[in-house]
Ligand binder design. Structure first.
Ligand SMILES: C[S@@+](CC[C@H](N)C(=O)[O-])C[C@H]1O[C@@H](n2cnc3c(N)ncnc32)[C@H](O)[C@@H]1O
Length: 250
């Protein structure tokens, strides 16, 4: 990733004879080869850029987004609350633009897997391109399928749902989860949460809680540091629950 100033960032594939044209001049991409991350590189107009290793945020930022995507603050909370990490097996629905898929895949590397279900063919195709762009395809299995028709995987560590009727997926998710595994659902409205929590109770899930996460950027400039005027007020609520075992240990 090449970065200029505080905000401008470009993801560029490094090729020996490539020239990359920007509003601050041309960058000879071949000159990047062999330079460590964090190094500066000059444009033809003598402007300075920095070479950084891209992180999931940088890839998702550049995705084609035909759907609403999950925000970093919400994805961070999912990781923290569920312990999804290297080696985890996670089912996700719907794939949408593949933003959540790509970040989860990044964190379950190298031997974990994200099994993701998307019912719409157009979103399936676009998310597929996005996941490939994020270079995490090895850790993703994609289905162009309605998740309500069933989940193929069994004994998974977590099922993460971002679609409009999560309560209708609770039972299907229960069959796919290992005992103690996590059900997570992201919903923008209270009535969706109520229906989901009621279904989770009915299916004997435990440790049910719903959280909302806030974040706001602070503009930092000496003498003028303050919150950014433009913040995203409302994204949605995250409901977490753990599957309980049916067998009693005496
Ligand atoms: C808000 S988007 C998901 C965005 C995704 N979390 C991301 O970060 O890119 C919701 C997606 O769920 C899909 N969807 C809705 N119902 C579904 C179902 N029953 N099975 C599979 N996908 C479904 C929709 O087509 C849509 O693409």
């Amino acid at each position: 990733m090449l970065m200029h100033g505080r905000k401008k960032r470009w993801l560029v594939k490094v090729e020996e004879n490539k020239e990359f044209h920007t509003h601050i001049g041309i960058i000879k991409i071949g000159n990047v080869v062999g330079k460590p991350y964090g190094s500066p590189i000059m444009t033809s107009k003598d402007k300075q850029c920095w070479i950084f290793q891209p992180v999931p945020f940088d890839y998702v930022h550049k995705f084609r987004r035909p759907t609403q995507v999950l925000y970093p603050k919400d994805i961070g909370l999912i990781l923290m609350m569920t312990g999804i990490g290297p080696g985890s097996r996670v089912v996700e629905a719907g794939t949408g633009s593949g933003a959540l898929t790509s970040v989860l895949a990044y964190y379950v590397r190298p031997n974990g897997k994200i099994f993701t279900y998307e019912k719409r063919e157009d979103f399936f195709e676009i998310s597929s391109e996005n996941i490939a762009k994020a270079k995490v395809y090895d850790c993703v299995v994609q289905y162009n399928q309605d998740v309500m028709e069933g989940i193929v995987e069994k004994n998974v560590d977590a099922v993460v749902i971002d679609l409009d009727t999560p309560w209708l997926v609770v039972q299907t998710a229960k069959h796919a989860l290992k005992d103690g595994g996590y059900f997570v659902s992201f919903s923008p409205t209270f009535n969706q949460i109520e229906k989901t929590v009621s279904k989770l109770d009915e299916e004997n899930f435990h440790d049910i809680q719903t959280l909302e996460c806030f974040s706001r950027e602070i503009k930092t400039k000496e003498g003028a540091t303050r919150p950014n005027k433009f913040i995203s007020h409302h994204t949605g609520y995250l409901t977490f629950a753990r599957k309980t075992a049916t067998q009693l240990i005496m």
